[in-house]
Design a protein around this ligand. Structure first.
Ligand code: FES
Ligand code: FES
Length: 175
């Protein structure tokens, strides 16, 4: 039995340790924001944060998460609340600036890729709170293991949303 930490909660996993995290999260733990796109680390739909670093959960064995913290979209609000030292009452009504921006900008089209895009945006903004358009394009396109793909072509909207999230973060959260 493997124990992993998902969005701040310790979870027992009975799947074999080599099972991809995507299947563990979706099929065993009911955490269904990471999506199955290609299954080969080529699209980014399945991305999660592992100790703050974007990884492709479709090719990451569950055992690789031992001793680390998994964050998915379901945990973004709590992640932000913890970073900003919000009270439990404030945290309960707070979204992460990336979530606020994605809603405000109405970024998703079909939506399948967007969980992974928001995870990548969170990773980027935690290391570079004020990225330029070129830096956003570079992060989403050139960082390993592959470009983040959107079959609906929402790339411009994603850049706008990342810029807006950056503005919100600089203000300390939602307007
Ligand atoms: S489903 Fe994992 S990268 Fe495409
Ligand atoms: S919004 Fe449809 S694949 Fe990106």
């Amino acid at each position: 039995m493997l124990t992993i930490s998902v969005n701040g909660q310790k979870r027992q996993v009975s799947s074999p340790e080599g099972t991809p995290l995507l299947y563990v999260l979706r099929n065993e733990l009911g955490v269904d924001s990471p999506q199955f796109g290609c299954g080969m680390a080529q699209c980014g739909a399945c991305s999660i944060l592992l100790d703050g670093k974007e990884v492709r959960s479709c090719i990451t064995p569950a055992m690789m998460a031992a001793g680390k913290e998994i964050t998915t979209i379901e945990g973004l609000s709590a992640r932000w609340a913890q970073q900003k030292h919000l009270s439990p009452a404030q945290a309960a009504k707070t979204l992460h600036p990336v979530q606020e921006a994605w809603i405000e900008q109405q970024t998703p089209l079909c939506g399948i890729c967007q969980s992974g895009m928001m995870i990548k945006a969170t990773e980027l903004l935690e290391s570079n709170p004020n990225p330029s358009v070129e830096q956003i394009k570079d992060a989403f396109t050139n960082s390993a293991p592959s470009p983040r793909l959107c079959r609906c072509g929402s790339y411009i909207a994603i850049i706008d949303a990342v810029r807006f999230a950056s503005t919100l973060m600089a203000k300390g959260g939602a307007q």
